[in-house]
Ligand binder design. Structure first.
Ligand code: SF4
Length: 433
C-alpha cells in the first residue's frame, strides 16, 4: 500500500501583505514547511465532543516543528519567512496517488511554544455571536459533522463591500467573506413567519444570512428613515403617555435618545390601529413606506449576494414544514400554525418563493396553536399577513425581487415525489412536574 504524501504549509505574509484569518482562501500564498515537521511526534487532529454530555471543543491540529533557529517564533522579523506573527493560516494536505486529495484549511492561533494550533474546519454560520447560539439551537458539531465558525470571520471583519445599490440609509452592503468566496450557493431555507416582513423564506434567508451583522442591523434600520412621529402635533405630556400605553403589543416606546419622541418597534406592530385612535391628529403615522422599506432592502441584499455567483452556480430549496409564526433566530420554537406543505426547490428564486407562498397560503391557519401574544385582525391574503398585519404582505418581496431581475413570479409546479399516503404519528406530550 502506498501511504499518502503529507504536506504542511503556512500562509506567511506575502509581498508585504499580511496574511491571516481574514485573507480570502484563494488569495493565500502558501509556503511548504513539511521539511521542518518533526516526524517522531506525528500530526494529530481532533474535533467535536469526546463523550456524550461534554461540551463540544474547538478542533485541534497538533504538529511539532524543528524551531531550533527560531524561524517559526512569533515576533521574528529577519528569518526566512519575513515577519512571523500569531493567527497565521496553516493547512495540512494528505495526497494519495489517486485523485482524492483532502485539504484542511486552518486559520489558526499559532503558538510555537508547544507547537499546537487551533483548527477551524467546516460549517459556516452567520454572525460571530451565533457560533455560541448555534449549539443552543441544536446545530452542534456532532449534528453537522464539523465545527462551526462565523461567515465573516471570528472578528466580523472579513467581508466584501458592494456599493452598487445604495438604498435609504444604506450606502454599502457588506457580504460575509466566506459566503462570497464559496464556489456554489445552495440556499436551503425554512418557511416561517417573520416579525419585520410577515414571512421568512428563500429570499429572507439570503438577504440577512449572507450579510455581516453591521449590514443586517442597517437593513432593519431602514424602516425608521421615513418620518412617522411628528412631536409638534403632540405637545401634551398626558396625551404622549396615553399614546405609549395604547399599544397592547409593546410597539410604542419613548425614544431613549430623544425624550418626548416615539420609537416604533415595527417588529411588534401588526398595524391594528389602536394607537391612531389615541394619537393627537397628525402626530403618528402607521405608514406603508416604513414597513415596505425592509422588504425592498431584503430584495436588494439578495440581489447583491446573488451577483457574486454565476447563475449556474446557485440553487434554492425551501422546507415548508413545521411553520411557526416567527423567525427561527428567536432561539425557541412553537407549535406549527400551518399544515406541512413539503419541500420545494428551483433555480428561480422568485418562482420558488411565489410557489411556496401560494401553496402555504391555501391552508387553514391553525389558530389554536397561535401564541397568546399574537392576534388575528385581518383575514385577507396569506395567513402570515393575518398575523403580522396588512403592511407585512409576504408577497411584496417577490415583487421587488422580480423588478431587480432575480426571477419570475410565474411558475409551473411539478411533483417530484408526490405524497400518496400521509402517516399520522400519535402526538406524545411530556408532562411537566
Ligand atoms: S398599530 Fe397597533 S400594534 Fe402597531 S403600534 Fe399601533 S397599537 Fe401597536
Amino acid at each position: 500500500m502506498t501511504l499518502p504524501a503529507v504536506t504542511v504549509e503556512i500562509g506567511f505574509d506575502s509581498g508585504g501583505a499580511k496574511q491571516s484569518l481574514g485573507t480570502a482562501y484563494d488569495d493565500l500564498v502558501w509556503t511548504d514547511v513539511t521539511a521542518y515537521v518533526l516526524a517522531k511526534d506525528g500530526i494529530t487532529f481532533s474535533r467535536g465532543r469526546a463523550e456524550a454530555g461534554q461540551a463540544a471543543a474547538a478542533g485541534q491540529l497538533t504538529v511539532s516543528f524543528d524551531n531550533t533557529d527560531g524561524r517559526f517564533s512569533p515576533g521574528t522579523t529577519g528569518g526566512p519567512y519575513g515577519a512571523v506573527h500569531t493567527r497565521m493560516p496553516i493547512r495540512v494536505s494528505a495526497i494519495n496517488s489517486g485523485p482524492y486529495s483532502p485539504t484542511y484549511f486552518a486559520p489558526a492561533d499559532y503558538d510555537t511554544t508547544d507547537s499546537t494550533v487551533t483548527l477551524w474546519l467546516g460549517f459556516i454560520t452567520d454572525v460571530d455571536w451565533d457560533v455560541r447560539g448555534a449549539e443552543a439551537r441544536g446545530y452542534t458539531p456532532e449534528v453537522l459533522g464539523c465545527p462551526i465558525y462565523p461567515s465573516a470571520g471570528l472578528d466580523e471583519r472579513y467581508q466584501y463591500t458592494h456599493s452598487e445599490h445604495p438604498f435609504k440609509s444604506i450606502k454599502d452592503w457588506h457580504v460575509a467573506g466566506m459566503i462570497q468566496d464559496a464556489s456554489f450557493l445552495i440556499n436551503f431555507a425554512h418557511a416561517k413567519g417573520h416579525p419585520s416582513c410577515g414571512y421568512g423564506g428563500a429570499i429572507k434567508n439570503l438577504a440577512l444570512g449572507c450579510m455581516t451583522g453591521t449590514t443586517r442591523s442597517a437593513m432593519h434600520d431602514v424602516m425608521h428613515v421615513d418620518p412617522y412621529w411628528f412631536p409638534e402635533r403632540c405637545p401634551d405630556a398626558a396625551a404622549f403617555k396615553a399614546l405609549l400605553a395604547s399599544c397592547p403589543h409593546g410597539g410604542l416606546v419613548e425614544d431613549k435618545h430623544k425624550p418626548g419622541h416615539i420609537h416604533l418597534h415595527f417588529e411588534e406592530c401588526n398595524q391594528c390601529g389602536r394607537c391612531l385612535k389615541v394619537a393627537p391628529a397628525g402626530s403618528l403615522k402607521i405608514d406603508a413606506a416604513n414597513f415596505h422599506a425592509f422588504q425592498e432592502a431584503c430584495a436588494i441584499s439578495t440581489a447583491v449576494t446573488l451577483s457574486t455567483f454565476a447563475p449556474e452556480k446557485r440553487t434554492h430549496l425551501v422546507l415548508a414544514t413545521h411553520m411557526t409564526p416567527v423567525c427561527d433566530c428567536f432561539g425557541f420554537t412553537s407549535m406549527p400554525i400551518l399544515p406541512d406543505a413539503g419541500l420545494f426547490g428551483s433555480d428561480d428564486l422568485v418562482a420558488l418563493e411565489t410557489a411556496v407562498l401560494d401553496m402555504t397560503g391555501k391552508s387553514r391557519l391553525i389558530e389554536e396553536n397561535l401564541p397568546t401574544s399574537m392576534e388575528v385582525h385581518t383575514r385577507e391574503g396569506h395567513p402570515f399577513r393575518w398575523l403580522h398585519g396588512p403592511l407585512k404582505d409576504p408577497y411584496l418581496v417577490t415583487a421587488y425581487a422580480e423588478q431587480l431581475g432575480l426571477g419570475s413570479r410565474k411558475y409551473e409546479l411539478v411533483d417530484v415525489y408526490p405524497v400518496e399516503q400521509v402517516f399520522q404519528n400519535e402526538a406524545v406530550y411530556i408532562q411537566a412536574h
